[in-house]
Ligand binder design. Structure first.
Ligand code: OGA
Ligand code: MN
Length: 199
């Protein structure tokens, strides 16, 4: 369950500016469960690609992360709390702003030290079904100077500091953003809500 106050803030932010950043969403216990899962599956992560369908390709000059996809319909136990929270966010946003979110796709990701994801938007040109993007940050530590910020190109430029256990959500439609290179292994659980059935 998400704290009702946090959920209210999140919904208000989305209504007002299209994004919301909340710290301390995950407890150290939640983080350690997921970290064990992460370490256990480290060898199964694959270099992420860009584009869709036949145009998919690895472009390290565009993004350098490695990902491990999670099936949200049959999730490992460690992800239950995150997926429950996303369910609450989805219900509220569907009610409050008619987001129309139905299903999710999600993956764990790590960015090796020095890697980045250049400025992009999360919607594909030929598929507009992504409606909400979400990222939970899972690395054990982060401090100013470590890099790895998520820069949102909203009305003004906002550098989101990826504190462990924090969550950023934003409307996938037309908010360009970029992941800066960092001096640490940057870890996240990232995904998108879709306005259509995808599984
Ligand atoms: C993405 C992305 C942001 C982040 O995976 O599309 O923009 O902060 N991630 O990891
Ligand atoms: Mn993105």
């Amino acid at each position: 369950m998400m704290n009702a106050n946090m959920l209210d803030h999140l919904i208000r932010d989305i209504k007002e500016k299209g994004w919301s950043f909340r710290e301390n969403i995950l407890t150290p216990h939640d983080m350690s469960l997921i970290t064990s899962f992460f370490e256990h599956h480290r060898g199964e992560f694959v270099p992420a690609q860009v584009g869709k369908g036949l145009a998919r390709q690895r472009r390290e000059d565009v993004r350098g992360d490695h990902t491990f996809w999670i099936d949200p319909l049959n999730p490992p136990e460690e992800f239950r709390k995150i997926l429950d929270m996303l369910g609450e966010i989805r219900t509220s946003l569907n009610r409050e702003i008619f987001l129309g979110a139905q299903e999710y796709e999600c993956h764990l990701a790590y960015y090796p030290e020095g890697s980045f994801y250049k400025k992009h938007i999360d919607r594909f040109e030929n598929d507009s079904s992504r409606v909400l993007s979400f990222v939970f940050y899972l690395h054990p530590e982060w401090k100013d100077g470590d890099g790895g910020e998520l820069v949102l190109y909203a009305e003004k430029e906002i550098a989101v500091r990826p504190f462990p256990g924090s969550l950023i959500v934003f409307l996938s439609d037309g908010l360009p953003h970029e992941v800066k290179a960092g001096t640490f292994e940057r870890r996240s659980f990232t995904g998108w809500m879709h306005s259509k059935i995808i599984y």
